[in-house]
Design a binder for this molecule. Structure first.
Ligand code: CO
Length: 165
């Protein structure tokens, strides 16, 4: 699948809940896993492949030889702990890395493709990716969280984009 790049409008739209896990949802999830792995992403949200279902994929083992992608439907972050700031990128903004404040630990409730309720507690890079993908489903992008010290870097990136369009 082609990854939608900023400033396509779908990246600013809010995705809708998955009520029935149809073959369309199954196929979408499978293609999203492949697309995320091909692009070395830690996560990928449906908006980024031009779909508006509340689905994202997360690799629970980023940087390891054997990836462990999970399909997350209808996510809800129910608990967050510890402020942390670190560098972050997004497949919809090739070449842009910004320091973004996030929580170090999150507890996530979601449904899997078999309509089972799942709870995971995680920290570090995976927790960061979960917050990033969760934002995508609400039309929120990592550039919205830019810190004062990276604002100039972001402005430069956006002005280069405008020149290309
Ligand atoms: Co992203």
């Amino acid at each position: 699948m082609t990854i939608i790049k900023y400033p396509e409008a779908v990246l600013r739209q809010k995705a809708k809940s998955v009520n029935r896990i149809t073959s369309e949802i199954f196929n979408l999830a499978e293609s999203m896993i492949t697309t995320m792995l091909e692009n070395d992403g830690v996560g990928l949200a449906a908006n980024q492949v031009n779909s508006l279902w509340r689905i994202f994929i997360i690799n629970l083992r980023p940087g390891e030889d054997k990836p462990e992608p999970i399909v997350v439907l209808n996510p809800l972050i129910v608990k967050t702990e510890e402020d942390v700031e670190d560098e972050e990128g997004c497949l919809s903004f090739p070449g842009l890395y910004l320091n973004v404040p996030r929580f170090n630990k999150v507890t996530l409730h979601y449904q899997n493709l078999y309509n089972e309720k799942v709870i995971i507690e995680t920290s570090g890079l995976v927790a960061r990716a979960i917050q990033h993908e969760y934002d995508h489903l609400n039309g929120v992008l990592f550039i919205d969280h830019v810190t004062e010290k990276d604002r100039e870097k972001l402005n430069q990136y956006l002005s280069n984009l405008n020149k290309q369009i």
